[in-house]
Design a protein around this ligand. Structure first.
Ligand code: E4P
Length: 224
């Protein structure tokens, strides 16, 4: 299973990378705006900075909504660095553009997926990744995990090579649930990745171990 971080924040990406478990980064226009990145040159520079921090898989999203614009923009994004994956929305135009990039051997991430039918369409178009948004489904009282299970079943039925990139992941338990269901990748904020490590019993257990070690070793020093 691969771990991607869902942010355009260089410090968070650097921290996740230092853990040694990071496989990639996903961004979107909202996340780029959050970092105050605007204008074509600044955006390209920022994507390059992200690519320089990680080993591979940096999803960069197009802003265009028409096929020609998506193709033009996607080619230009892919040109920044070989680590770039062109992120395209699940629309009719986005599907056509996904097909185009697939034929060119350029990796794509089909985003804003909320149904199994949309995921099937992305796989048919040759998407490298399909991004079902779990958290946003849960925001409208819909079970996001059922969607992951349905997509897994469909992709396995036909051996689609498209990878399930579970997105809009909000916490560590989402990552665990996705792992149980066989999602290939999760993308989440740094806090959710760190949340996989944390447990209060680990903290109290370690505190106790160190105290017991210290007590005996202090006594040993007195005996000598
Ligand atoms: C995925 O690629 C998106 O950037 C992301 O996961 C959206 O998550 P959100 O619903 O927390 O904004």
């Amino acid at each position: 299973m691969q771990f991607f971080i869902d942010t355009a924040n260089l410090s968070d990406i650097g921290q996740a990378q230092q853990l040694g478990v990071l496989d990639g980064v996903t961004t979107n226009p909202t996340l780029m705006a959050k970092e105050g990145i605007s204008g074509d040159e600044a955006v390209r520079k920022h994507y390059k900075a992200i690519c320089d921090l990680v080993t591979d898989n940096v999803s960069a999203e197009v802003i265009s909504t028409d096929y020609e614009g998506m193709v033009r923009e996607g080619i230009s994004l892919a040109d920044i660095d070989p680590k770039i994956v062109v992120k395209l929305p699940m629309t009719m135009e986005g599907i056509k553009a996904t097909r185009y990039f697939s034929k060119q051997g350029i990796r794509t991430n089909c985003t804003l997926v909320f149904t199994a039918g949309q995921a099937l369409m992305a796989a048919k178009a040759g998407a490298t990744y399909v991004s079902p948004f779990i958290g946003r489904l849960e925001d409208i009282s819909t079970d996001g995990m059922n969607l992951i299970a349905d997509i897994r079943k469909i992709f396995d039925n036909y051996q689609f090579p498209t990878k399930i990139l579970a997105a809009s992941v909000r916490h560590a338990m989402h990552i665990v649930q996705c792992a149980k269901l066989g999602a290939d990748v999760t993308t989440s904020p740094l806090a959710a990745i760190v949340g996989l490590v944390k447990h209060p019993l680990t903290d109290s257990g370690l505190k106790q171990f160190l105290e017991d070690h210290r007590k005996v070793n202090e006594k040993a020093v007195v005996i000598i």
